[in-house]
Design a protein around this ligand. Structure first.
Ligand SMILES: [Zn+2]
Length: 377
């Protein structure tokens, strides 16, 4: 494995990234097979890629199926962020680490959990569901978010011209001035279950990706007792730096374990919200996996790589949503330009960024494997 830190970008790290969903899928399959993994494809029953190609969640499994310990690594929960998580998985497979697992240890790489979003370069699923808000109990009363409803038309205007953007930004700033930055962060990020065309819509039922993940966990980890979990994302945090969102209870044994694996200063850090407090997210994949594997224990984190200021990435999410539901003019060049900007926001093209995040990702994945081996009580 390379130990190239601040210097020139590492060509092997850069080569882990693909340019399309189909290429990422092929690269993942090849790297996993070459590392000795067993691949299962869960093909989407009715959605296709923009080129008409098939969509699938691919699972690569390493180690015995009856292992009591496992490391689960997910990429592409948010489609436009999929390239980086995919590259992190490919880098791990190519590192050789999966060919020398400890006894009683299994590794599951789940590639493109939201293949529709990955292939189309959009955050959400084929139903505009934010998969990372979809793991709630749909039989119970769904979480309410009245502040989002108040703001929906400003966040998601029908037009996206300069005048509309200025006017809606102004209205949002006025709302923040009277309600506070914390209320804004919460209402705009924690999830909402009322506006199917809005941002952070958690859905009205479990998505295909959600149901498929349930199937994967039941089938692939039948003897599980201890699970280490990483869900790769991009967008929050300092550019190129990992930003940890551990959703284990702060202060619990699991939280302490995550601190021991990855460093307390990282796990207990709020810098990714530009100093603000983390919103009370609903329906995370993290919570879904934790509940699905119980009574097995889970220690893990959503791990982001920063790409730019929150305001800039939030505006790209608004643009992404507008391209699907707004009054979009018949202007293919405009659409292509906007899609490229969204993609660059969540998967920066800069070689230094890409090389650096793969360096971090390799280390973080190794730390989880190492921690898993030490996890006894
Ligand atoms: Zn994300």
């Amino acid at each position: 494995m390379s130990s190239n830190h601040a210097g020139a970008p590492d060509a092997a790290h850069l080569a882990c990234f693909a340019d399309t969903y189909a290429a990422a899928r092929a690269k993942f399959q090849l790297a996993a097979v070459e590392a000795g993994g067993v691949i299962t494809s869960y093909v989407h029953p009715d959605a296709q890629g923009p080129d008409g190609g098939s969509l699938a969640i691919e699972v690569a499994a390493f180690g015995p199926i009856d292992a009591a310990r496992a490391l689960l690594i997910v990429s592409g929960t948010h489609g436009a962020e999929g390239y980086t998580g995919s590259a992190a998985q490919v880098a791990l497979a190519r590192s050789g680490a999966l060919g020398q697992l400890d006894r009683d240890t299994r590794v599951l790489l789940v590639h493109a959990l939201n293949p529709y979003g990955f292939a189309h370069g959009t955050r959400t699923t084929e139903h505009n569901v934010d998969l990372n808000r979809n793991f709630v109990d749909f039989a119970a009363r769904l979480p309410s978010n009245p502040a989002y409803l108040e703001l929906h038309e400003q966040i998601c205007p029908r037009d996206w011209d300069e005048a509309t953007r200025a006017a809606t930004d102004h209205a949002i700033e006025a709302w923040i001035a009277s309600h506070g930055a914390k209320a804004w962060l919460d209402s705009s990020m924690k999830g909402q279950y009322d506006e199917p065309t809005g941002l952070n819509f958690g859905g009205r039922a479990p998505e295909w990706s959600n149901r498929t993940l349930q199937q994967i966990l039941a089938r692939e980890l039948p003897a599980l007792q201890r699970l280490a979990f990483i869900d790769w994302h991009t967008g929050l945090g300092q550019p190129g730096q990992p930003f940890f969102l551990c959703f284990n209870e702060p202060g619990s044994a699991h939280w302490e374990r995550a601190c021991a694996w990855w460093g307390r200063e990282r796990v207990a850090n709020e810098v990714g919200f530009e100093g603000g407090q983390r919103p009370p997210y609903n329906g995370l994949v993290f919570y879904g996996v934790r509940d699905l594997v119980a009574p097995a224990q889970l220690t893990g984190a959503v791990i982001e790589f920063g790409t730019g200021p929150i305001k800039a990435s939030f505006d790209q999410l608004r643009a992404d949503r507008w391209l699907r539901f707004g009054d979009v003019p018949d202007d293919p060049a405009l659409v292509a330009r906007m899609r490229a900007q969204i993609r660059a926001m969540f998967t920066p093209t800069d070689d230094g960024w890409r090389s650096g995040v793969i360096e971090h990702a390799l280390q973080i994945q190794q730390q989880a494997l190492h921690g898993l081996a030490q996890w006894t009580a």
